[in-house]
Design a protein around this ligand. Structure first.
Ligand code: ADP
Length: 363
């Protein structure tokens, strides 16, 4: 198995800079997820690691060796694509065996590897079928199997679950995570789905417009996002943002239209430099809670716009003037649309961002 390192990797297609000076080290046996909105450069990074795309500048290293000039077939990497890329006229067995045959593996070795992969993935009974006689999930397993038989140094996954329905996606997510524990191999996984990233990655690389924003564990991304983009991208429903000003009134207060919130004691000192300046307040939907009376919790009244019952919780969309927030509440609460409702900000859990740079102000 192997480590993978990107050193200031840039990719320019004509005028478009798809990836801008990306640097990251993926440790041996790590499961790393590249996540970001469509077009942010995830697939380009993966394809450059695989050698399917030239690098405009920078270096890629596999196992501490620069591979910029190494052709894909010699990189000892296997890639699983979103569209499975199975050969329709071949049986599952032949699909699994194909890459090994090309590499002139002995028949017996091929047979052993195909059967082993089929057993890991629970598709032994499908070996004689053609892809068209398989469900989406089964096809995806075959595509993964084709990578497993190669016993590569590094596995690359390019949005492999996008074509599956929601239930199967969740199931395959766990299967790929289990596979990672079992094979103990380095895996690099691309997705636009932040839930997939959070549940699967040892670490996550968040990308925006070809620029790496943050590389961190799922929990750190959630609790300590480096900027407003990461804060808003990770978590569902997304973090609420309010633009306001800090004023001094018995300590610091955040003022935004008719809202006035007392800043938590522990945040006062660091935020002092923003006095009388604009600031962005971020609060996650779960940190807007039912009414609690204390200095830490600030009650706000708003109009109920929408109530979405989810079964185990409700999403409440509340507006006050120009501003609105979404809260995750206990399903026993019964807000009524177009009536006034009070919600409480847990000020200890609030995030703050600079309105110009959008960088987090760590308190
Ligand atoms: P993602 O995988 O995050 O959706 P991509 O890596 O596919 O993003 O694309 C990143 C950017 O590079 C996009 O702006 C895309 O339009 C552009 N791009 C990707 N491939 C090509 C190409 N072959 N020619 C020109 N532009 C491309």
């Amino acid at each position: 198995m192997a480590s993978v390192e990107l050193r200031n990797v840039t990719k320019v297609y004509h005028e478009v800079t798809a990836v801008h000076s990306a640097s990251a080290t993926i440790e041996d046996k790590e499961f790393i997820v590249l996540v970001g909105p469509s077009g942010c450069g995830k697939s380009t990074i993966l394809r450059m690691i695989a050698g399917l795309e030239d690098i405009s500048s920078g270096q890629i290293l596999i196992d501490n060796q620069v591979v910029n000039e190494v052709p894909p077939k010699d990189r000892d990497i296997a890639m699983v694509f979103q569209n499975y890329a199975l050969y329709p006229h071949m049986t599952v067995y032949a699909n699994l065996a194909f890459g090994l045959k090309l590499r002139k593996f002995p028949k017996q070795e091929i047979d052993q590897r195909v059967k082993e992969a089929a057993s890991i993935l629970g598709i032994e009974h499908l070996l004689e079928r053609k892809p068209k006689a398989l469900s989406g999930g089964q096809r995806q397993r075959v595509a993964v199997g084709r990578a497993i038989v190669r016993k590569p140094k590094v596995f690359l996954f390019d949005e492999p679950l996008s074509n599956l329905d929601a239930k199967l996606r969740v199931q395959m997510r766990t299967e790929i995570s289990k596979l990672h524990s079992r094979l103990e191999s380095t895996m690099i996984y691309v997705t636009h789905d932040q839930v997939e990233a959070m549940t699967m990655g040892d670490r996550i690389v968040v990308l925006r417009d070809g620029i790496i924003q943050q590389i961190d564990s799922p929990l750190n991304l959630y609790n300590r996002p480096v900027n407003k983009f990461v804060a808003g991208f990770i978590g569902s429903p997304a973090m609420n943002f309010l633009n306001g000003t800090l004023v001094a009134e018995n300590g610091l207060k955040f003022k935004c239209a008719q809202l006035k919130l007392t800043i938590a004691e522990k945040h006062q000192k660091i935020l002092a430099k923003y006095l009388n300046k604009e600031i962005v307040l971020g609060i996650r939907p779960e940190n807007l809670v039912e009414n609690i009376k204390s200095q830490r919790y600030q009650i706000v009244k708003g109009n109920v716009d929408v109530v979405e019952p989810m079964g185990n919780e409700i999403f409440l969309y509340l507006s006050f003037g120009e501003n609105s927030v979404v809260a995750r509440l206990n399903p026993n609460t019964k807000p009524v649309v177009n009536t006034e409702y009070s919600i409480t900000f847990d000020m200890d859990k609030v995030h703050y961002f600079d309105p110009v740079t959008e960088e987090a102000i760590y308190c």
